[in-house]
Ligand binder design. Structure first.
Ligand code: ZN
Length: 477
């Protein structure tokens, strides 16, 4: 059955430094409950909000990145409702009516479908800047079953981008790809770290032909975006196929059970009693535009992806680098400084990344990557034929992954100047092993390689090169 899907993606601007209207931290992870709070973000009487300009700048950069109509000024609105995690009884948000002016109206996201390698488009309705409420933590059984709830206000007031799409998406997979791409753009802009716990939440509006729109709330990962929407499409299709009616409602995604449950009837928007926040003057955007434009144009993942492709990198490898920003930045810098584009891509996107994976080191942490100088030097050594790719891959990359800041000179296999001479001496001395090898005992070769390494007194010799040298010599006999 044909489906129509629209999303509301709430992304915390975890990298904005402070909360939206006070100096408490935007990233509260690892803090004691209710320790990242102040009179403003717990709504004490008389406390006044002062906007964090960095959040507005980042939101403006996001609006530009998504081709939005940017207004001359923005106006925050109050959205009223009662909930224990909302101490003011209203959330400072944005609205396109009732005097509010959101940071973006219209616009579109061009996102990559990595299954078909096609660029697709999804229109945006608007982007709002708003504050996150506090966190309600339920006892055993979660929101649907527990009779206990605790409130932690560390999150209260964290700047959020609420990105609302038009219902242009046709499948759960498309929806997931869109969310992944939006998060990637926001990460490149320096607005968020989507891998932090709770950094984003998605609500999905799903309808199938002949039925009402159902809102699914509480989707916390991109994998769950796909699962929740697939579940909803199947549930609604089954109702319609059996002659039933899909009612308009709000449902809760239960990730543990892999199903959606009814939550409450959807309020109408008017119920929220929106009006412009009298404590916050309108903010003119003109002065912020140049900086936001610079951020948006220098950190566009699509453009950087195309740049890697134009250097001759396979799209799969290029995309693999795009999805781990430090690796892409390292790659582009290394190539600019003279590294061979193919060799550098193979090292960075395939073998070094594999070493990181094996050690469970995070490829998104720049500290886990070597310097561009190291990549340039490795590329030069291979180009000049000083080392084979296998020697670099087998000997250097594992050590580099252990310690990316290590001095490359100390990691490189030594090329003993007198290697040929050492081999000759060893072959003379190890008559028996040579005889064994010549009579067909393959493992004697391993013994000889070890003997050469010991004789050379240098542990980092390239065993493969030694093996080949020995084979060459003995082949003449
Ligand atoms: Zn605060």
């Amino acid at each position: 059955m044909k489906a129509m899907i629209g999303l509301e993606i709430h992304v915390q601007m975890t990298e904005a430094g402070s909360k939206l209207f006070c100096d408490c931290k935007a990233n509260y992870r690892g803090m004691e409950p209710n320790s990242n709070i102040c009179p403003v973000c717990i709504g004490l009487p008389g406390a006044l909000p002062v906007v964090n300009k960095r959040s507005v700048e980042l939101a403006l950069a996001a609006s530009l990145a998504f081709n939005c109509h940017v207004p001359d000024y923005i106006v925050f609105t109050r959205k009223h409702y009662f909930y224990p995690d909302l101490p003011k009884n209203y959330q400072i948000s944005m609205y396109e009516r009732a005097g509010g002016v959101p940071i973006c109206r219209g616009g579109k996201v061009r996102y990559l479908d990595i299954h078909s390698w096609e660029w697709k488009e999804c229109r945006l309705r608007r982007i709002n800047i708003e504050e996150d409420p506090g966190r309600t933590i339920y006892g055993e059984g979660g929101i649907l079953r527990s009779s206990e709830a605790y409130v932690d206000y560390n999150r209260s007031g964290v700047p959020l981008l609420e990105i609302i799409t038009e219902p242009d998406l046709k499948s759960a997979r498309e929806a997931r790809q869109l969310v992944e791409y939006v998060l990637l753009v926001l990460e490149y802009l320096g607005a968020t770290n989507p891998r932090l716990e709770g950094a984003f939440r998605v609500d999905a509006n799903v309808s199938v032909e002949g039925g009402e729109r159902v809102e699914v709330k509480n989707i916390g990962s991109t994998l769950d975006v796909e699962k929740a929407i697939n579940f909803e499409i199947m549930r609604q299709s089954a109702i319609i196929s059996s002659g039933g009616k899909v009612e308009r409602e709000t449902r809760h995604w239960d990730a543990e059970r892999g199903s959606t449950r009814p939550l409450r009837q959807k309020e109408q928007e008017e119920d929220y009693l929106y009006f412009p926040d009298p404590d916050l003057p309108a903010i003119a955007l003109r002065d912020m535009l140049p900086k936001a434009k610079a951020i948006a144009s220098s950190s566009d993942p699509a453009a950087l992806f195309e740049k890697a492709i134009s250097l001759g990198v396979q799209r799969e490898l290029a995309w693999s680098m795009v999805t781990a920003r430090p690796s892409l930045m390292l790659y582009l810098e290394a190539v600019e400084r003279g590294a061979d584009p193919q060799l550098a891509a193979r090292i960075i996107a395939v073998d070094y990344k594999g070493e990181l994976r094996e050690r469970e080191k995070d490829p998104h942490d720049p500290a886990n990557w070597p310097s561009a100088d190291t990549i340039v030097e490795l590329s030069r050594l291979m180009k000049e034929g000083a080392y084979t790719y296998d020697a670099i891959k087998g000997i250097v990359l594992p050590k580099l992954a252990e310690n990316p800041a290590a001095d490359l000179k100390l990691l490189l296999p030594q090329r003993a100047e007198n290697l040929e001479q050492v081999i000759e001496e060893v072959l003379k001395r190890e008559e028996r092993a040579v005889k064994d090898y010549l009579s067909g005992k393959a493992q004697a070769l391993n013994y000889l390689v070890g003997a050469v390494i010991r004789a050379a007194g240098k542990r980092a010799l390239d065993p493969r090169a030694i093996r080949e040298a020995i084979e060459r010599r003995l082949a003449k006999k």
